[in-house]
Write a protein that binds this ligand. Structure first.
Ligand code: ATP
Length: 362
């Protein structure tokens, strides 16, 4: 049976890595009807928005999409298309496995952990007021009336909502994931509840409540800064981590660094009706258009998508082929070659790496 999938190439290195990914998926023999849709700055002039309605309609119809990264202008311009898609489809669970690959060039060889990041609230909610906005003054007065020390008049403000319902569903998702995938060491809830007693305190309280319903899974909690240190010293102490949105974003990149870098870390955004798969990394404009980006993260994201579509055999074949290609070490992209040898000499390009993966497909 052919599967209908929306493919959003994105920008920066997106078109290159999604092309490599698509070729690898097609080489497995799984039939996919790719519905290619463009989003991001490139469609602004034509449609007046970086995320046109017809793209949302296409994803709503197929319920499965895979995308390349889409650049978010820093500090100004439109809000993130990546975040908007997650919010629109209520893709509340961002799942990012971090697994050592032979020859990934990292300091550790046996990392096997999974980030489960809440994807819809926290400081990513997009509730912000610029310095000088009337709301900043109103908020200042409100804070003062509440008896708390108010903030400087020239502040900009970002609001951090963390709710009971959304904390509960992400922690439940993480426990269910840990159970379904037979994760052995258990689940760690990551927070900063000692300082953010209201928001992170709520997240921790809910996590503890949910944990009581999963006595078969080991549960503990850890402060986010101590988690970062623990991860770089002893990543094997961790298994599944569940985090509010912002910590999840930051700790995901840290964990990508434990398994060879951003080019190696796949991801998925899962909701009740819809799933969008994408690499952890952004659009990397510094290396775009040069055929040097590592497509591994995008290819492994496609393997996650194939699992989601019930094509587990093809997914496993892709993971094995990626692993064999990296293990052989002859045809790897510059980021991996540099991690292995300190130099990019002898590295191959994005499409040549995909060719090597295809050649290793059993
Ligand atoms: P965002 O905020 O959108 O997540 P970012 O600021 O984290 O983006 P990225 O675009 O993810 O930045 O990448 C940071 C750097 O990592 C890039 O500039 C690039 O040098 C490197 N990088 C990212 N992805 C890859 C890749 N697939 N292959 C090789 N290098 C990469």
């Amino acid at each position: 049976m052919a599967h209908d999938v929306v493919l959003i190439p994105g920008d920066g290195i997106g078109p290159e890595i999604t092309q490599a990914m698509r070729r690898v998926v097609e080489a497995t023999g799984v039939q996919i009807n790719w519905n290619v849709q463009e989003a991001g700055a490139g469609v602004m002039d034509e449609f007046g928005t970086p995320l046109p309605q017809h793209v949302l309609d296409a994803v709503a119809e197929t319920k499965v999409a895979i995308k390349g990264p889409i650049t978010t202008p820093v500090g100004t311009g439109f809000r993130s298309v990546n975040v908007a898609l997650r919010k629109h489809f209520d893709l509340y669970a961002c799942v990012r496995p971090c697994l050592s690959q032979p020859g990934d060039g990292s300091r550790f060889c046996d990392v096997d952990l999974v980030i489960v990041r809440e994807n819809t609230e926290d400081l990513y909610a997009g509730i912000e007021f610029d310095e000088g906005a009337a709301e900043v003054e109103e908020l200042s007065q409100l804070v003062e009336r509440s008896g708390q020390k108010t903030f400087a008049a020239d502040s900009a403000i970002s609001i951090k909502p963390i709710s009971i319902a959304k904390s509960r569903r992400i922690v439940e998702y993480a426990f269910e994931y840990a159970r379904r995938c037979g994760r052995k060491k258990g689940l760690t809830a990551v927070h900063k509840a000692n300082i953010m007693k209201a928001t992170d305190g709520l997240f921790l309280r809910v996590a503890r409540e949910v944990a009581a319903n999963y006595p078969d899974i080991e549960f503990n909690d850890k402060i986010v800064d101590a988690t970062c240190m623990g991860l770089v010293q002893n990543p094997n102490d961790f298994d599944v981590l569940v985090l509010p949105n912002l910590y999840g974003d930051i700790v995901s990149d840290l964990c990508a660094g434990l398994v060879g870098g951003l080019g190696m870390a796949p991801g998925s955004n899962i909701g009740a009706d819809c799933a969008i798969f994408e690499a952890t990394h952004g659009s990397a404009p510094d290396i775009a258009g040069q055929d040097i980006a590592n497509p591994t993260a995008e290819i492994l994201s496609a393997a996650m998508m194939l699992d989601h579509l019930g094509e587990n055999d093809a997914a496993n074949r892709i993971r094995a082929a990626v692993s064999a290609t990296l293990d052989e070490g002859k045809q790897v992209t510059g980021d991996v070659r540099r991690a292995q040898t300190g130099s990019v000499e002898g590295a191959v390009g994005t499409q040549a790496f995909a060719d090597a993966v295809i050649a290793h497909l059993a």
